[in-house]
Design a protein around this ligand. Structure first.
Ligand code: GBH
Length: 440
């Protein structure tokens, strides 16, 4: 199917949540400021050869020290929503135990600054930065990590819960499993599929326990997970490719959506796990009921589709961005959103990430085109009844792109890392107009 032609004058629903996203380790810097403890990413990024340019998040975009300037940039854009994450080890330097008040205060000031500017905070509790002290006792491989995460969630949700109404538990558990624990290209650098799937289960359990912990604080508000999802298509019309695409959909999408929204693992995904796979014993009776504890919203992150051959291998069918994994197919967002509604019902959705890296540092017309085409696809889904409440561009600022270091610029605002000067890109000007007009 061809991508939709971008019509002009698409108006979004009243109150649509125009937003932008960041994550703590990618923008904050201040790695040792005010008592912050190290996370797995501090350790990993300092190991030789882990990031393309040797970059670390020590300073990043120095947002920890420049949050007021960044808040003013957000206000100038007219943002309605800002999605950021909390650094677990800033709040709890060893992952559990005593709260570091100065660390927590940073997020209070940030949230106050957002509210003063009329911007709604959307807070992610975990964007990959497991406290190193917890990694040393097993991290997500260890079942207790789910409980530690829920305790941390309880602390943060209670403390900020009179100001923050919207929470996300985990960012992209799939990426942690596939890149952090299988490929070993992200922290903690484990390369073991069996361990990865155990960690994946414990991450999901952590999500469910965190949802319960949030409810137990008595704070009002909504909570859910942020999942990166890819519509999966057969690469050709053979029966074998179609079968492989269904299996791959299990891995890419249903393995995460089904437990969180339907309290079950998909049978076909479970069947791919060998009889002696440790994940089978990691799943205890009652876990799926916890994992499927009622979510109030779902964060959808869409970057690319997946095409699967008759042999089960992946191929690309569309041009990619500077990120070689990202083939561009805006219609995939429409397919994804309508599919979620069809298969999982009317849970409120917000797009928590979508965007691209651009080589052109200021005049980023390619980013404008990509955002416009994806918003067109999102609008089409809304017009067909999908309950999409917001859209957050990844990212507000150029930042530390994990294993790619600083070699990819994903922001709508440019950061000159030598001076930390911010400069709006063409896409920021464009996005400001989109927000002002509530449409494209
Ligand atoms: C998101 O991941 C993250 O949430 C965010 O932190 C990140 O900055 C942003 O997207 C842009 O990448 O290098 O071949 O091993 C997006 C999903 C899944 C994309 C893992 C990169 C690694 C492919 N990511 N994938 S590879």
């Amino acid at each position: 199917p061809a991508a939709p032609v971008a019509p002009v004058g698409l108006v979004f629903p009243k109150g649509f949540g125009w937003g932008a996203s960041t994550s703590a380790y990618q923008v904050e810097g201040g790695a040792t400021a005010d008592g912050r403890g190290p996370s797995v990413w501090d350790v990993f990024s300092h190991e030789p050869g882990r990031t393309r340019d040797g970059g670390t998040g020590d300073v990043a975009a120095d947002h920890y020290h420049r949050s007021y300037e960044d808040l003013d940039l957000m206000r100038a854009l007219g943002l309605k929503s800002y999605r950021f994450s909390i650094s677990w080890s800033r709040v709890l330097p060893t992952g559990r135990g005593t709260v570091n008040a100065k660390g927590l205060d940073f997020y209070h000031r940030l949230v106050d600054g957002l509210l003063e500017r009329g911007i709604t905070p959307l807070v992610t509790l975990f964007h990959w930065d497991t406290p190193q002290a917890l990694q040393q006792v097993g991290g997500w491989q260890q079942r207790d990590c789910a409980k530690w995460f829920a305790d941390y969630a309880s602390t943060v949700c209670y403390s900020l819960g009179d100001k923050v109404q919207s929470w996300l538990t985990l960012n992209e558990p799939k990426t942690v499993v596939e890149v952090g624990y299988t490929a070993g290209v992200h922290a903690p650098g484990v390369r073991d599929r069996r361990i990865a799937n155990v960690a994946g289960h414990h991450l999901l359990l952590g999500h469910g326990l965190a949802v319960q912990a949030f409810r137990a604080t008595g704070r009002k508000g909504r909570i859910g997970a942020a999942l990166n999802l890819s519509p999966v298509y057969p690469a050709d019309d053979s029966e074998a490719a179609r079968r492989q695409a269904v299996l791959a959909d299990g891995e890419e999408n249903r393995r995460w959506l089904d437990p969180v929204l339907l309290s079950r693992y998909p049978d076909d995904w479970l069947a791919t796990q060998p009889a002696d796979a440790p994940v089978r014993t990691a799943i205890h009776d009652g876990d799926l009921a916890v994992i499927g504890a009622k979510s109030d919203l779902l964060g959808v992150q869409y970057y690319n589709p997946a095409y699967v051959t008759a042999k089960g291998t992946r191929v690309q069918k569309h041009p990619t961005t500077q990120a070689s994994w990202q083939e561009v197919y805006p219609q995939g967002l429409y397919d994804l959103l309508t599919r979620i509604k069809r298969d999982y019902g009317d849970i409120p959705l917000t797009i928590t990430e979508n965007g691209m890296p651009t080589v052109r540092e200021i005049d980023d017309q390619d980013r404008i085109a990509l955002l416009r085409d994806h918003l067109t696809a999102a609008h089409q889904a809304i017009s067909e009844g999908v309950r999409l409440e917001g859209y957050h561009v990844w990212s507000l600022l150029d930042n530390f792109e994990w294993a790619e270091g600083y070699t990819q610029r994903w922001g709508i605002i440019h950061v000159d890392y030598a001076t930390q000067q911010r400069r709006r890109k063409a896409s920021a000007d464009w996005y400001q107009q989109v927000i002002a007009r509530n449409g494209i």
